[in-house]
Write a protein of this length. Structure first.
Length: 249
């Protein structure tokens, strides 16, 4: 992925990692379109950062995805990078039937949202001379946090889907990249003051070092993600899972 001169759509970009990526990419000389569910936050971002554009988009709504893909293909014919960052997480009690609604909402946003975005935007991206799809998974795709089972399962599915997508698109102009963040100090799960989570700016620094590598790595994995990413391979999966089991909401 070129570091500048792209037209980039970032979903889930009104806060946290999504907003951080959008601002860094904008500063680097890319045309950035931020997507999110809350118009007030989108308006605030575009007002405070002239040049950034926005689109109201809830990735849990398949009709909204289709409308956005059709509109953006006309308004931004050079759109060549899609970052599927939108995601939700919540605690679940698998012994409580009331948690099922939470689980279903997580799958709809994290997994179906990513899949639907890929299906909707790939026909446009594949026409570009150079294009990139970045799917955001999680370090928890590789070892789950048992208190958030469906979130972890959805991100494991995103990891698997991204591998297949990469193979299917390998003879096209689209490169496929997976970004697997560790716990980062954002409002996700109220981690903004969690000393065990990685500071957002430090995380972004590492990510952009990787993005500026040629060729772009197929997986953007910062140092804090590696103990989980490679736990299965190095035989530490059971130990890491045990530590995560001790983390309670």
């Amino acid at each position: 992925m070129d570091s500048t001169g792209n037209t980039i759509l970032v979903t889930g970009a009104t806060s946290g990692i999504g907003l951080g990526l959008a601002l860094r990419l904008h500063k680097a000389g890319n045309k950035v379109i931020v997507a999110g569910r809350r118009q007030a936050l989108l308006d605030k971002i575009t007002t405070e950062h002239p040049g950034i554009e926005s689109v109201l988009l809830d990735v849990s709504d398949p009709q909204a995805i289709q409308r956005s893909s059709e509109a953006l293909s006309v308004s931004h014919p050079n759109l060549n990078v899609l970052i599927n960052n939108a995601g939700v997480i919540d605690w679940e009690d698998l012994t409580n039937p009331d948690s099922l609604a939470t689980a279903e909402a997580i799958v709809t946003t994290n997994l179906l949202g990513t899949i639907r975005m890929v299906y909707a935007f790939t026909p446009h991206l594949i026409k570009q001379p150079n294009a990139t799809i970045i799917n955001v998974s999680s370090s928890l795709a590789f070892v789950p946090l048992p208190a958030t089972p469906t979130y972890c399962a959805s991100k494991a599915a995103v990891h698997s889907f991204t591998q297949s997508l990469r193979v299917q698109l390998e003879d096209t102009s689209i490169e496929v990249v997976e970004l697997a963040p560790p716990a980062v100090r954002t409002t996700l799960l109220g981690q903004e003051t969690d000393e065990q989570a990685m500071p957002l700016e430090a995380f972004l620094d590492e990510i952009f070092e990787l993005l500026n590598t040629t060729p772009t790595p197929s997986e953007l994995v910062v140092e804090r993600t590696k103990p989980l990413r490679f736990a299965e391979a190095n035989g530490s999966h059971a130990e890491v899972l045990r530590k995560l089991t001790e983390y309670k909401p």
